[in-house]
Design a protein around this ligand. Structure first.
Ligand SMILES: [Zn+2]
Length: 336
């Protein structure tokens, strides 16, 4: 696989409500709202990473602008559907990287102007909990009374970090972790389209890696497919990809953290990152080992470690140096 090939997740991102997996309640409700012409002006999409919040937001933004949305689908024929300038009316803001009040001021200035192509200007704000307090305050009034041509979609993995005043201004939708069988179907479908051979056990193993997230499963599928090249994907090959990352390495790490052994912790972290690059899997393995250790024998250090690593998820997702952040967290937990 060459480096310029886009990831499976990006290539096979759902384009319609029907293609979204595992969020039937959300897609059906949104679709019905469009058909009934009863749209809210602010939506809050909550759920863990990779459950489809941004994908659904994009599908929704497209669907509200179609002139003949019908049966859960855009028509493909109207001026909006045919337009190549949709990006003039659909805006995506990543609050993790634009969290200051200036970004919000630009946004507020922009909402005043009517849409260029469609009926609505849609603002999708990803990881909205990362906005600073000042940024939220600046946004509140606009969020309460946006112009009629504006729809906000706020997406977050951590809704509890949002002010109640923000939450109360939005229609909230909770995204569920996607069921294993649904993720298996997505992986099997992608492999079929990519003409990649994989047996059923391998597909299940890849789907399980997603832990409820289609994105994580497909990103793992990318890694495995790249490793296997033209060879069929098997469980044995998958085990080679994840290498020494069995539960034992995480148990070792937690034992070393509990013992306050900084040198051993650093060595184990190096071993982990030398074997695997899937940060979601590394974090999950660590959290699960801490939980097991805490259940076996509760201690304040393990409770602290659990908090430290649980707070690391978003940081790792955006970090250019996840190894460094993870190692620092492990050393802090270790008391070094
Ligand atoms: Zn249309």
């Amino acid at each position: 696989m060459s480096a310029d090939i886009k990831s499976f997740y990006r290539v096979y991102r759902p384009k319609t409500f029907h293609e979204v997996v595992g969020q039937d309640f959300v897609t059906k409700t949104l679709s019905n709202q469009i058909t009934a012409g009863k749209l809210g002006h602010a939506y809050l999409f909550c759920g863990t990473r990779g459950t489809g919040k941004t994908s659904v937001a994009k599908v929704f933004a497209d669907a509200v602008n179609c002139e003949n949305f019908h049966d859960g689908k855009v028509c493909g024929k109207c001026a909006w559907c045919q337009s190549t300038n949709k990006s003039m009316d659909i805006f995506e803001i990543d609050a993790a990287s634009n969290n200051g009040v200036d970004a919000v001021r630009d946004l507020i200035e922009s909402v005043k102007y009517p849409p260029v192509v469609g009926k609505y200007k849609v603002y999708i704000i990803d990881e909205v909990h990362m906005f600073s307090g000042a940024a939220f305050n600046a946004l509140l009034k606009t969020l309460e009374e946006p112009p009629a041509h504006v729809i906000f979609i706020l997406a977050t993995t951590e809704p509890h970090k949002l002010l109640p005043t923000v939450q109360s201004r939005c229609l909230r939708f909770n995204f569920q972790n996607v069921a294993l069988a649904d993720i298996e179907k997505v992986v099997a479908d992608v492999f079929q389209k990519e003409k990649i051979t994989a047996d059923a056990a391998a597909i299940t193993a890849i789907a399980k890696e997603g832990q409820g997230s289609v994105r994580d499963a497909l990103s793992f599928a990318d890694t495995v497919a790249a490793y296997c090249g033209k060879e069929p994907i098997t469980v044995a090959a998958i085990n080679r990809v994840v290498g020494g990352l069995d539960a034992q390495v995480f148990t070792n790490l937690v034992t070393q953290i509990s013992a306050g052994d900084a040198k051993a912790v650093r060595d184990t972290v190096n071993q982990i990152f030398g074997t695997a690059t899937a940060t979601a899997r590394i974090l999950q393995g660590t959290l699960s080992a801490i939980k097991d250790a805490y259940v076996a024998k509760p201690s304040p250090r393990l409770a602290t470690a659990l908090k430290i690593f649980a707070n690391l998820e978003t940081t790792l997702k955006y970090a250019t140096d996840p190894h460094g952040y993870f190692e620092t967290a492990a050393l802090v937990a270790c008391g070094a």
